[in-house]
Write a protein that binds this ligand. Structure first.
Ligand code: PLP
Length: 454
């Protein structure tokens, strides 16, 4: 079948590929006992195909990455052109390259005012490692080395490096991996749906009161920074109340604590803006990006740094440490071409418009079903929270994986899931008729789902 469809270029039949995969690859997040594999071989727009020629609708944009959709020849051409010219060089010391300079200029021109410098990485975890180092080093250079605590939030996801994993607010990133990076304190995140977390109080009031009490307890002279996803992605498109970030930023500023926004998911149009910080009217000191910067065609990331921080950490735009691939010209060339597409095709506006359309469809067809608790959305960042009890919002017994599997098997739709929600984050090129297909597929599967998870 694979040879007949001409889709797969593999020398192996599908069964053989699955066997080799089982024997040779250590898979992240492989559920216990799973022997099956979906061997993907081709992508185009919002669709991907497996080695047997079966088509899937990629309602996850891979992992919230693929802004411009699969199969964009422009990005392949940009990479090929750059590989044929200056394939790769580092940007350590005084060495630099035209693509890294052009991209840094573009990123900082698009950014909220004040974020003037770029440190390049190859992904989101690396970006948060650098953010943590920048924050502690900044205070060290200012003679305040005692400021080494970092505030994060329960349920946050910041990656799986030792630093970034230690900032991630779920035990799975720490248990069994110890000792993890010390001096991290987790706060309650603002989650308007989880009213029981706030004991009847307004979520922002609760969170700000907790923040102030924590600063007083640890001592502001010991705290370097607070890190947060402006909109939590991995936990399921958790959009905070409008006053949360402005009030948090004010408290931090008052105590000389840096604010780090982890925009690994939210930047580059995912929420309908270049950077989601724009929604909240807050400019962080450090802003971490990755994923959508190249739509995942090649690994890349950029940490945007305020003038104040960059001037303190190194004279003349320097920082004492760097990655091998920092400022990779081919990654930068792909990023520039990707940003061109986002701009030319109006994908920010499409994320806003089609995102609202998709959310309206999901809400009108799903809310009211016994196992659907909440549908959240900002731009093309959505989540459908599944519950066993509408009153308490308790999770489905057995989790959501079976539902994500059913969407794939019964409706041909690929989504991510966490313990509580299905995460819907399609490519930003999504059109309304494809959005309708997502709604129909969700409806088909969730109408048959009981609150006992069966
Ligand atoms: N930060 C956030 C908010 C993320 O969602 C992710 C990945 O999903 C990361 C950091 C880690 O990025 P990476 O997997 O590129 O290391």
């Amino acid at each position: 079948m694979t040879a007949a469809t001409g889709i797969s270029r593999s020398r192996h039949a599908t069964g053989e590929l699955v066997r080799l995969d089982r024997e040779r690859i250590l898979h992240p997040l492989l559920p216990d006992g799973r022997q099956d594999r979906t061997v993907l071989v081709k992508g185009e727009g919002c669709r991907v195909w497996d080695a047997d020629g079966r088509e899937y609708l990629d309602a996850s944009a891979v992992l919230g990455v693929m802004q411009v959709g699969h199969g964009r020849r422009e990005l392949a051409a940009a990479a090929a052109e750059q590989l044929g010219r200056l394939d790769y060089f580092h940007t350590w010391g005084t060495i630099t390259n035209d693509r890294a300079i052009e991209l840094a200029t573009r990123l900082t021109d698009l950014a909220p005012p004040g974020l003037d410098r770029v440190f390049y990485t190859s992904g989101g975890s690396e970006g948060n490692e650098i953010a943590l180092r920048l924050a502690r080093y900044y205070h060290h250079r200012k003679g305040a080395s005692g400021r080494n605590w970092v505030l994060s939030r329960h349920t946050a996801y910041h990656g799986i490096g030792y630093g970034s994993g230690s900032l991630s607010g779920s035990p799975v990133y720490q248990d069994g991996f110890g000792p993890v990076v010390p001096n991290v304190h987790f706060l309650t995140p603002p989650h308007p749906y989880q009213k029981q977390w706030y004991a009847g109080e307004d979520p922002t009031d609760f969170c700000v009161r907790e923040l102030e009490a924590t600063i007083e307890k640890i001592g502001p002279e010991h705290i370097a920074a607070m890190i947060g996803e402006p909109v939590m992605g991995g936990y399921g498109a958790v959009v905070p109340p409008a006053d949360y970030w402005p009030r948090v930023a004010e408290v931090l500023r008052r105590h000389g604590i840096l604010l780090i926004f982890d925009e690994v998911v939210t930047a580059f149009g995912r929420t309908g803006r270049w950077y989601s910080a724009e929604h909240f009217g807050v400019v962080p000191d450090i802003l971490v990006t990755a994923k959508g910067i190249t739509s995942g065609y090649i690994p890349h990331g950029a940490v945007l740094v305020s003038e104040e921080v960059s001037e303190v950490v190194g004279a003349e735009g320097g920082f004492p440490i760097g990655f091998t691939y920092t400022g990779h010209p081919t990654a930068c060339a792909v990023a520039l071409s990707n940003l061109d597409i986002i701009e030319k095709e109006g994908l920010l506006a499409n994320a806003t418009g089609t995102g609202a359309y998709l959310a309206a469809g999901l809400r009108s067809r799903l809310l009211g079903l016994p196992a659907v608790g909440d549908v959240r959305q900002i731009g093309l960042m959505l989540a459908v929270q599944l519950v066993s009890d509408q009153e308490t919002g308790a999770d489905l017994p057995g989790g959501t994986l079976r539902v994500a599997d059913a969407l794939r098997e019964q409706a041909g739709i690929l989504v991510r899931n966490n313990a509580h929600a299905l995460i819907v984050s399609p490519p930003l090129v999504l059109d309304r008729s494809t959005a309708d297909k997502i709604v129909d597929g969700f409806c088909f599967v969730l109408e048959r789902l009981g609150t006992d998870g069966s």
